[in-house]
Design a protein around this ligand. Structure first.
Ligand code: A3P
Length: 259
């Protein structure tokens, strides 16, 4: 059964115990059987881990830093979500520490009417820990892709690294894509994928998405590491740390909780 906090139950269903939009579930066989071509690229991210940021970086690299070309359409049209377009792209997961990820996801569910109402912060905290959120448990997601990277051509990226040294991370993505761009073009990409520029860019800020209410919480909300400290109570932090330790005991993967 779906968790009670999933208000609009009929719009959601499950595949292998993971809550997904009903339409995604209906097309699951097609999505599962999708055959990628060798040069296809898949950005595999947990919601709110920096998907849009990575999409914009990849698009600019693929367009050799041509800003006009990257403004041809909204980001979700330039880099369609596999589970929404129900058709179509070596994986490159984008991950973020779970505390900031949880806070970002909470505010996203507040402002995005296509997703269940998150309820109160305290309620959502429990829902997230239990993995009862759309697209499933953060823990299963990050550990699953971490394992896969040993057998597949995967570039595993961390939001915290991208914040700390965007140019280094953008260069990594460029090399992974087999591109060799001049230093000045890289600098241009760093600038145009900065938080402030993307927040003003209508092709990356989801401003025209009717289901989103940016007055409640803007899509590009804060874009920082460590904002969880403004939201977690001390008791929640303790509970989270215990849960995190237990659930991350079987992986070598670790996350940076503050810069
Ligand atoms: P916050 O809610 O913490 O601000 P996604 O694209 O996967 O939905 O992730 C959205 C999160 O990435 C939001 O986090 C958003 O602000 C942040 N983000 C988007 N573009 C960014 C950028 N250029 N620099 C830093 N953070 C960015």
């Amino acid at each position: 059964p779906l968790h009670s906090s999933l208000g609009k139950k009929k719009e959601f269903s499950q595949v292998n115990g993971i809550i997904l939009q009903k339409k995604t579930c209906d097309f699951w066989n097609k999505i599962w059987n999708f055959q990628a071509k060798p040069d296809d690229l898949l950005i595999a991210s947990y919601p709110k881990a920096g998907t849009t940021w990575t999409q914009e970086i990849v698009d600019l690299i693929q367009n050799d830093g041509d800003i006009e070309k990257s403004r041809r359409a909204s980001i979700q049209l330039r880099h369609p979500f596999l589970e929404w377009i129900r058709m179509t792209h070596c994986p490159r997961p984008e991950k973020r520490n779970p505390k900031d990820n949880l806070v970002s996801y909470y505010h996203f569910q507040r402002m995005n009417k296509a997703l269940p109402d998150p309820g109160s912060w305290d309620e959502y905290f429990e829902t997230f820990l239990a993995g009862n959120v759309v697209w499933g448990s953060w823990f299963d997601h990050v550990k699953g892709w971490w394992k896969k990277k040993d057998s597949h051509p995967i570039l595993y990226l961390f939001y915290e690294d991208m914040r700390k040294d965007p140019k280094r991370e953008i260069r990594k993505i460029m090399e992974f894509l087999g591109k060799n761009l001049k230093e000045e073009i890289l600098d241009k990409i760093v600038y145009n994928t900065s938080f402030d520029v993307m927040k003003r860019n209508p092709m990356t800020n989801y401003i025209n998405e009717i289901k989103m209410n940016h007055n409640l919480s803007p899509f590009l909300r804060k874009g920082v590491v460590g904002d969880w400290k403004n939201q977690f109570t001390e008791a929640q932090n303790k509970q989270f740390n215990e849960y995190h330790e237990k659930n991350m005991a079987d992986t070598s993967l670790s996350f940076c909780m503050g810069l």
